[in-house]
Design a protein around this ligand. Structure first.
Ligand code: 5RP
Length: 236
């Protein structure tokens, strides 16, 4: 374990290290995005260096692609790999059904495509992200820039009819400009406080013209690995 890690980084590191133990020689892997997923890429690079593990990764963002290349983790495109054995990624929230909110790092679209194209998805997280009901973390929704204000208004209108506690929708900014995703889209964050029916919300969101994808991952995650600041790990 790297020395002098804060408790939160230690939690992320031990979860990532445990997840990388699921990787077998010859696997095609989805490489998630975010600070926890970055630990996974580092742990994977170590196994490649020390054990000569032969794997190839499909990164879910330009950030992850850069990190993987820097550390000597072979990368390819999803079109090249076609189907993956395992994706390891972080999350912003998870519940008892292993439903997730993702997209805090604005990479939800590639993350969902890659995780869906995998036999198995493992989420690595710290304990603070476990919730009884999803929704305290604002739900990211990727929308196309064309007519974005109309799309945002349609989302707001749709939210009136669903079981949530709050209905505030904000455009995610990068300084004084809208943040652009890797696919050159915008993100709106839905401040809902509590999502009564995540499956229904995901379906209705994706029916709105202009919505590309939403950050609810339902029936996609198979295993959650929770790391703790004292070095303990729990696999669910
Ligand atoms: C990026 C994501 C991340 O996995 C999520 O935001 C968790 O990030 P971190 O591990 O930094 O807390 O969904 O789009």
């Amino acid at each position: 374990m790297p020395a002098d890690l804060s408790p939160i980084d230690k939690a992320k590191f031990v979860a990532a290290k445990r997840a990388v133990e699921f990787v077998e020689d010859g696997m095609k892997l989805g490489l998630g995005t975010g600070s926890t997923a970055a630990w996974m890429v580092r742990c994977l690079a170590e196994r490649i260096k020390e054990e000569g593990l032969r794997v190839v990764g499909v990164p879910t963002s330009t950030r992850t692609a850069e990190l993987a290349r820097q550390l000597g983790v072979p990368v390819t495109s999803l079109d090249d790999a076609k189907w993956l054995d395992l994706t390891i990624d972080g999350a912003d929230e998870f519940d008892a059904n292993l439903a997730l909110i993702k997209g805090g790092g604005a990479a939800l679209l590639q993350e969902k495509i890659v995780a869906t194209a995998s036999d198995q998805m493992i989420v690595i997280t710290d304990a603070a992200k476990e919730v009884a009901q999803l929704g305290a973390f604002p739900l990211p929704v990727e929308i196309i820039p064309f007519g974005w204000q109309t799309t945002k208004a349609l989302i707001e209108e749709m939210l009136v009819g669903v079981d949530v506690l709050d209905r505030d929708v904000t455009l995610r900014m990068n300084g004084d400009k809208p943040l652009l995703t890797d696919e050159a889209n915008y993100i709106v964050d839905l401040h809902l406080k509590r999502i009564g029916n995540p499956r229904q919300l995901s379906l209705v969101l994706n029916q709105i013209p202009g919505v590309v994808e939403n950050g609810l991952f339902i029936d996609i995650c198979d295993i959650v690995i929770i790391g703790y600041g004292d070095g303990r790990v729990q696999v669910r």
